[in-house]
Design a protein around this ligand. Sequence first.
Ligand SMILES: [Zn+2]
Length: 479
Amino acid sequence: MEYEPVIGLEVHAQLLTGSKIFCGCSTAFGEEPNTLTCPVCTGQPGSLPVLNRKAVEYAIKLGLATSCRITPYSIFARKNYFYPDLPKGYQISMYERPLAVDGVIEVAIENQKKKIKIIRIHMEEDAGKLKHGETLETAAFSYVDFNRTGVPLVEIVSGPDIRSPEEAGDYLRKLRAILQYLEICTGNMEEGSFRCDANVSVRPKGQKELGTRAEVKNMNSFKHVEKALEYEIKRQIAVLDGGEKIVQETRLWDANEGITVSMRGKEEAHDYRYFPDPDLVPLKIDEGWVDEIRKSLPELPGEKKDRFVRQYQIPEYDAEILTSTKAMANYYEECVRLLPEPKTVSNWMMGDLLKELKRDEREIDQCPVTPRHLSEMLSMVKAGTISGKIAKDVFEEMYQTGERPETIVKEKGWNQILDEGEIERAISKAMETNPKQVEDYRNGKDKLFGFFVGEVMKQTQGKANPKLVNDILKKKLKG
Ligand SMILES: [Zn+2]
């Protein structure tokens, strides 16, 4: 039987406020454990939470950027459960009345646009972090760090609209780009600023109703999300094909083993005994404020993409990739500012540059080649100082060493040969050592022209100007 995967994603994004959501403690990452805490975020009796206005503003920004409706009235509830990283015994989170609803994120799948629904965006506080001695199973004890407790989060819940692991990856990348463009979240998955859980089910192709789903957690990179989903889809299909039923449960992605393992039965909402937090008044958001925030929104990925197509006359496909992160878009625009050849710059970025970054799993802001160096190199190609072919080697060298292209070309002696005398000598030599081929060429075997170009390039280590080689070679071979 053929199955169709159905995936919905829940993303927790940490908001880039200076202080926590309900107290004045700093949200800094990587500080000494338990130094950024106070009675409020550690849940001491008698302490009272006060909502951070900036966090609400950031959440509204995200709501607007994803075409959500901002609800004028939302309520913080207590989500009750016990876990050592949760000092209050409950997490403050919006439940029945979230901040924003009914949005959409558009992704491009194989050049087709697809809309993925955003069901809701709500605000909540983060929990602390447990540090286990070795592994969870072997550790004799665990430490708890409350620095992260009370850091503001938004949870973004998508509709069950995603149909493949790649689509999930595209959606996540787009969502992260929006958060980064808005400058409200670092989007750093390793540091846990951008976390993703997935609800996965499969159903026979053509069936309307959804299959039983499993929730997959603990995927801390885009690559792992895609791998975990691939594994989970295959696992569920195997279970169904074996005549068994899918159990509704929470499963953990084990990156080392490349499998998902059952963690616990899935909780239902009623297990959390939600009720409105009596210490916080309902959050009323006036329209004037929302309008003000709307006006302050920066250019978002979709808008930037459209502008790139218009302004730089590059294909939509290029523009989509070049605007996929704000850093990449800035890099591109900086290069084009230095060398106003948008298509050439785009070709190099889409080709050699992204290939190198992908191989090293680097982001563009970790790229050793600066926009200045790249544009300098492209200017050298344009001026004929180096050939397009040599440029690839220069680029590789720039990427490895971070050196300026001029320095590299000088050190390596990679200047293009523009001296006609020198090229003529190389041609003569190629003809002398291959008399048979010269004769064949003169007897009509035109294809041999390429052979001679190759010989000349070999002799000049690829440095001869190709146009000059062509022109002179034609004359010489005619005899
Ligand atoms: Zn605090």
